[in-house]
Structure formats: structure tokens, C-alpha cells
Design a protein around this ligand. Structure first.
Ligand code: AR6
Length: 272
């Protein structure tokens, strides 16, 4: 287990609130469609519900039939098909499912106690651009302080490429952050092996810490320049192999093109 500072938020009440940037606010029974023009410029079609107990106005999922109670930040289309067992949902084993969503990983959570988002970090682990920067901003300065305390294995290296480290999520809705470092595609000697290690070690660290729900971004597919199709194949085959004991593995993908490639590859590799 990680240190006593791990945040455990327990279960949350759920009210339904769907956002679409071009819709005016409408209330119907317990579901509201609301104008979300102030929402960050991530994918435009989102389904959220607001967490009434949160001081941060956290948005939560609106799919009571799904075991994923807290999933946020993905498109209405993707989440609707996912919960229906459609395009975005795949069986990994008898006890484990994969869900591919569009959205902002900083807003994702399931139960706030046994869930983790994966941060595609760098070896220093003190923040950066892309998803790393967004995760640090959303978690608050405590995340950087916790990262700073992670032991350096070499000067300036807290997490070598392909390894993973865990700490609390602080102000994030998810309870934990698992940091990993993917390969820089053009300079890594074995980018496939390093990317596989990154996914595998995130799952290993998750299991060691009783994480039941984990959300990955497309590790290395931004600043580190990994080609999407190859990254999807490595990511999905590795998760298929090592996801046992994790109840739900999610991808929360920022862009339409990466989402489409992931779903296509998952259909090739995971659908029987
Ligand atoms: N939610 C989900 N996905 C995101 C988000 C978000 N909020 N923001 C970006 N992405 P990148 P890397 C997607 O560059 O390639 C940092 O500076 C993004 O569109 O975040 O592993 C670190 O400090 C892309 O598809 O990570 C490292 O130095 C994917 O996340 C370096 O970048 C990964 O893009 C790591 O590079």
C-alpha cells in the first residue's frame, strides 16, 4: 500500500447533468441538459452529472446501468455505446472489461477510493506539458510535492522509462495518480518494448495498491511522437494480457482520431 496520505473519498451521490455546448439548459425529471460554453475546449459532446458533495464542482457519470459510476469527460456517443456494450466496450476476461472513452482524463473517476488515472509523465516526474501538465494543474501543488518526495534512482530520474510510480490524487476526483514514462518514439532503442512496459507496470502498480478501476491516456502519443496505430496495438494487447484483477480498464482519449484508431484496433484485437 502507499502512504497514509492516500485520499479515500468513498462513494458519491449522483445527479444527472448532461452538457452540450450548443444546447440551452433544460430540466427533465432528474436529468438536465445545460449550456456549457465555459467548459474547456476538450471534446464537445459530454455527459456529466454533478457531484453535490464536492467543493470543486466535480462532474460525474450519468449511466446508472453501468458499473462505471463516476466516469466523466467522454463523448455522449462513445459513452452511450460503451454502456450498451457497443463500440467502446470490450471484454478482457471474465472479471475485467475495457472501456474506450473520449474526454479529459483529469475529470475521470469511478469511486474516488479504488480508482487511478495514469499520467504520461517524464523521468523527473515534476510536471510538464500535455496531459502531465493538465493533471498537475487539476491535482494542485500537493501532487508535485508528493512527486518531489519520490526517491531518485539516478540524479533527476524518479521514474525511468517504462516504469510506474503511484501517489494520491489530491484535488483530482480520482483517488490516485499512477505516473509512467513512455518512450520517445524517435530516440528509444525499443519503443514497442518500452511502451509495453509502461502499460504493464501501471497495471502491476495498480494491483499492488488494490486499484480496481484505472484510466489511461494514449501514452507517448503526444509530445513523445508515437504513431497512433502502433501505440494502440501495443496498448491493447498489453492490457489484454495483464488486466486480470482490475475490474475496469478505461482509455480516456482526447482526440477523435486517436479514439477512432483505438476502437478500430480493439475490434481487431479484442472482439471474439
Ligand atoms: N486528457 C486525456 N488525454 C490528454 C489530455 C487530457 N487532459 N491532455 C493531452 N492528452 P502527452 P506523451 C493526450 O504529450 O506523448 C509532457 O510534457 C494527448 O493528446 O501528454 O507521453 C510530459 O511531461 C496525447 O494523445 O504525453 C512528458 O515530458 C496523449 O494524451 C511528455 O509530455 C499523450 O500526450 C510525455 O509525452
Amino acid at each position: 500500500m502507499i502512504g497514509s496520505s492516500v485520499v479515500s473519498r468513498g462513494s458519491r451521490g449522483i445527479r444527472l447533468l448532461a452538457f452540450h455546448p450548443h444546447l440551452a439548459a433544460v430540466t427533465c425529471s432528474n436529468t438536465r441538459l445545460a449550456l456549457a460554453s465555459s467548459y474547456p475546449k476538450t471534446p464537445s459532446h459530454k455527459i456529466f452529472s454533478r457531484n453535490p458533495s464536492s467543493s470543486r464542482n466535480i462532474l460525474e457519470p450519468s449511466f446508472p446501468s453501468s458499473p462505471s459510476r463516476g466516469v466523466v469527460g467522454f463523448s455522449a456517443m462513445a459513452s452511450a455505446t460503451a454502456t450498451a456494450g457497443g463500440d467502446g466496450q470490450f471484454k478482457l476476461s471474465e472479471t475485467s472489461v475495457l472501456k474506450i472513452n473520449k474526454g479529459d482524463i483529469t475529470q475521470w473517476f469511478i469511486d474516488g477510493s479504488s480508482d487511478a488515472i495514469v499520467n504520461p509523465a517524464n523521468q523527473r516526474m515534476l510536471g510538464g506539458g500535455g496531459a502531465d501538465g493538465a493533471i498537475h494543474r487539476a491535482a494542485g501543488p500537493e501532487l508535485r510535492e508528493a512527486c518531489f518526495k519520490v526517491r531518485e534512482v539516478q540524479p533527476g530520474v524518479r521514474c525511468p522509462t517504462g516504469e510506474a510510480r503511484i501517489n494520491p490524487g489530491f484535488k483530482l476526483p480520482a483517488s490516485h495518480v499512477i505516473h509512467t514514462v513512455g518512450p520517445i518514439y524517435d530516440s528509444d532503442k525499443d519503443p514497442k518494448g518500452s511502451l509495453r512496459n509502461a502499460y504493464k507496470n501501471c497495471l502491476t502498480v495498480a494491483k499492488e495498491n488494490n486499484i480496481k478501476y484505472i484510466a489511461f491516456p494514449a501514452i507517448s502519443c503526444g509530445v513523445f511522437g508515437y504513431p497512433y496505430g502502433e501505440a494502440a496495438a501495443v496498448a491493447l494487447s498489453t492490457i489484454k494480457e495483464f488486466a486480470n484483477d482490475i475490474t475496469e480498464v478505461h482509455f480516456v482519449l482526447f482526440s477523435n482520431d486517436i479514439y477512432d484508431i483505438w476502437v478500430k484496433k480493439a475490434k481487431e484485437l479484442l472482439q471474439v
